[in-house]
Design a protein around this ligand. Structure first.
Ligand code: AMP
Ligand code: ZN
Length: 465
């Protein structure tokens, strides 16, 4: 393994494979993005962080990267396959569907920024790529991979694509009719496993477009084929998404893209495992959904979430809890303090810095072994042999990939004015010797999650998390 080679587990071949630039110029990476009908939860963020980790690592190793992530703002049907997710939310909020999409798209970008997730090179929106999808669908009809059904919807002919099922293992002959893996009415398609590329508007009046097959809207899977082939110039070195997208989304996308270009369109399919919260699946219906904003409300540094994810391997299901977030918060605070204290003009041992940084990167290059890499950092922190200045350099180098902002001051969310007032009053109470009042104010602050400490230097405070 050269010291630039990144190995990743490819879902299709079920093996570790090197990430390679097929055009010799850049790594072409595509990640399925959010469906913008609600705030992304921390589970979604785990998958988005996977893309960030890989691109940061690749850039650290001097690869040039082209990273595309789509925004699904039309065509993603709800779990019961009855209604478009955006339209359903628009109805629930009594708003225009595009307003819903733009609102949640904006919040998605805010969350990415909060979590230090570097922006993609482009975020194409499904609603702005309708022409691309039309062209692709027309091409698939021409090559006999798609047909217009009796209901004026265009379907992909699953049996026309020999390699169907390679990603998920769901071969066509084992997919039973009636299995609800696609949201189309039976009868209009030729084969039960065919799926819609273009849906006729029928009774729908919003988010519909003219097309050569009549007014309608795209199926969900066609957008990712159209966008990845267009924006990445007909080949994807690495395609990312959460494990739930393996089937049918990625299986169908692969059939569409491969049929269109007559060869394998994606070199590596990498899937991140799901995140559970306190032992349960994250679902709105059970009230078990955690957002990035829920962390800041509790005064937890949002980058603690990054650290929690890094403590686990991306291919293992992971259970997040408030306790693990608090522990990560405290570790981050400690590391930031240490990094500040190591900063100085002491002698840096460049050879040692290089060696330890290479070792950390080697763990990451081995299918993103982030827990092992973090373990190395802990060892370096405690080492009595490595100089403080060298520790500083190693932490700063590693942080380019970890993205934990280790060089900044410890995190402290702002104190509201009312609480700042109480703190000030307590200083005055102590100055005038009114210790009963000072204790009362301390208790009052504690009720508001502010811990007060007294020392020779005076009063200091911190959030109780
Ligand atoms: P969505 O906005 O629902 O289309 O999902 C966006 C991304 O988040 C997709 O790649 C999903 O596979 C992924 N995802 C959804 N739920 C989870 C979860 N609980 N843990 C990790 N990734 C998830
Ligand atoms: Zn996709």
């Amino acid at each position: 393994m050269s010291n630039k080679e990144i190995l990743l587990f490819d879902t299709k071949s079920r093996k570790l494979q090197p990430l390679v630039s097929s055009n010799g110029k850049n790594l072409r990476i595509y990640s399925c993005g959010p469906t913008v009908y609600r705030d992304a939860h921390v589970g979604n963020m785990r998958t988005f962080l996977l893309g960030d980790l890989i691109t940061r690592l690749a850039k650290f190793l001097n690869y040039s990267v082209e990273f595309i992530q789509n925004i699904t703002d039309v065509g993603h049907m709800s779990e019961d396959f009855v209604e478009d997710k955006i339209l359903a939310q628009a109805k629930a909020e009594s708003k225009d569907p595009f307003e819903i999409a733009r609102t949640y798209e904006k919040r998605f970008h805010t969350d990415l920024k909060t979590l230090n997730i570097s922006p993609a090179d482009s975020y194409p929106k499904a609603s702005e790529c309708i022409d691309l999808m039309h062209d692709l669908i027309a091409q698939l009809i021409k090559s006999n991979n798609a047909y217009v059904g009796s209901d004026d919807c265009v379907y992909f002919d699953a049996q026309s694509f020999a390699g169907y099922g390679a990603i998920s293992g769901n071969r066509l002959d084992s997919l039973k009719p009636g299995h609800r893996f696609e949201y189309t009415e039976d009868g209009a398609k030729r084969f039960h496993a065919d799926w819609a590329l273009w849906k006729a508007a029928a009774g729908r009046s919003e988010m519909i477009w003219d097309s050569p097959w009549g007014k309608g809207f795209p199926g969900w899977h066609i957008e990712c084929s159209a966008m990845s082939l267009h924006y990445l110039d007909k080949f994807v070195d690495l395609h990312l998404g959460g494990i739930d997208l393996r089937f049918p989304h990625h299986e169908n996308e692969r059939a569409q893209s491969n049929a269109a270009i007559n060869q394998e369109a994606v070199a590596l399919w990498v899937h991140g495992e799901h995140l559970l919260f306190e032992g349960r699946k994250m679902a709105k219906s059970t009230g078990n959904v955690v957002l990035v904003s829920d962390l800041t409300v509790r005064h937890i540094d949002p980058l603690s979430l990054r650290l929690c994810f890094l403590e686990n391997r991306y291919r293992s299901q992971m259970d997040l809890s408030w306790d693990s977030l608090k522990a990560a918060h405290l570790l981050l605070q400690r590391w930031r303090q240490r990094v500040q204290s190591w900063k100085g003009d002491q002698q840096v041992d460049q050879a040692a810095v290089q060696r330890f940084t290479d070792e950390i990167m080697a763990d990451l290059r081995q299918d993103l072994d982030t827990p092992r890499a973090l373990q190395k950092l802990r060892g370096i922190e405690k080492s009595e042999i490595i100089s403080a200045a060298s520790k500083y350099e190693i932490f700063i180098a590693a942080d380019k990939v970890f993205g934990l902002d280790l060089a900044r001051q410890p995190y402290k969310s702002e104190l509201p004015v009312e609480l700042a007032d109480l703190l000030e009053k307590r200083v005055q109470a102590r100055a005038s010797g009114n210790f009963a009042e000072s204790d009362r104010l301390r208790d009052l602050l504690a009720e508001n999650k502010v811990v007060v400490r007294d020392s020779k230097e005076g009063q200091s405070w911190d959030w109780l998390i």
